[in-house]
Design a protein around this ligand. Structure first.
Ligand code: ATP
Ligand code: MG
Length: 205
């Protein structure tokens, strides 16, 4: 894999606060790689995943400007686990490739955080990280935050939660846990503590 930096995998269920936590680590100077942002980029107009998605799902899932039709794909994979897996099989190797390239580019950073929602399901991603950090919160908090931020309904969020790795299994993978059921002050404090821990680990990995 060629990366020599200390790398932490940051994961958590939908709306638990991964992006917020990543921003807090970035403010401390950590290098951040965001698998969701990469996936988004791969499926934008002319993105590297478009040809494979067209071949696997048909041209009706591709818009006129050569992008993934997100609403249509969301509608399909919401209720079709096989289709969801087929999409993941297309995207995962491409995401992994980009993550590895970004790891090389971030070698000047003190350490690197990779935000990977699918870390629990993906051995390839777990091989890239030396440590797993889980952002955890109550399911009711997840539902409240996601419905507060987007047009998703409560039942829709509940279905997505049920499709993700169960909370207890995710926590079993964790070397470190951030508890995000209270305010942003507490979140920032926990990130500061972990930043110290990761900075001190640089010399020992
Ligand atoms: N401790 C907190 N207090 C209040 N609001 C919060 C807190 N943590 C996160 N939020 C808000 O909750 C929402 C979800 O947080 P965030 O986007 O960081 O989660 P995420 O895990 O990245 O979600 P996704 O799985 O969709 O990528 C955001 O609107 C964010 O601003
Ligand atoms: Mg996010």
């Amino acid at each position: 894999m060629g990366a020599s930096k200390f790398v932490v995998g940051l994961t958590g269920g939908i709306g638990c606060g991964k992006s917020t936590v990543a921003d807090l680590f970035a403010a401390h100077g950590a290098g951040i790689i965001d698998a969701d942002a990469i996936a988004h980029h791969l499926t934008q107009p002319g993105g590297d995943a478009i040809a494979a998605i067209r071949a696997a799902f048909g041209k009706e899932y591709i818009t006129d400007n050569d992008a993934l039709d997100r609403a249509k794909m969301r509608g399909l994979i919401f209720s079709d686990a096989v289709a969801r897996q087929r999409l993941e099989h297309i995207l995962h190797p491409l995401i992994l490739e980009q993550v590895k390239a970004q790891l090389q580019r971030l070698q000047a950073k003190p350490y690197i955080i990779i935000v990977v929602p699918l870390l629990p399901e993906s051995p390839e991603f777990r091989k890239l990280v030396q440590r797993v950090l889980v952002v955890d919160c109550d399911e009711n908090t997840q539902v409240a935050r996601v419905t507060g931020r987007s047009r998703m309904t409560v039942p829709e969020v509940r279905v997505i939660i049920s499709q993700q790795t169960p909370r207890a299994n995710r926590l079993q993978l964790a070397d470190d846990v951030i508890h995000n059921d209270t305010g942003l002050d507490s979140l920032a404090e926990q990130v500061t503590v972990l930043h110290q821990r990761y900075s001190n680990m640089l010399s020992c990995h």
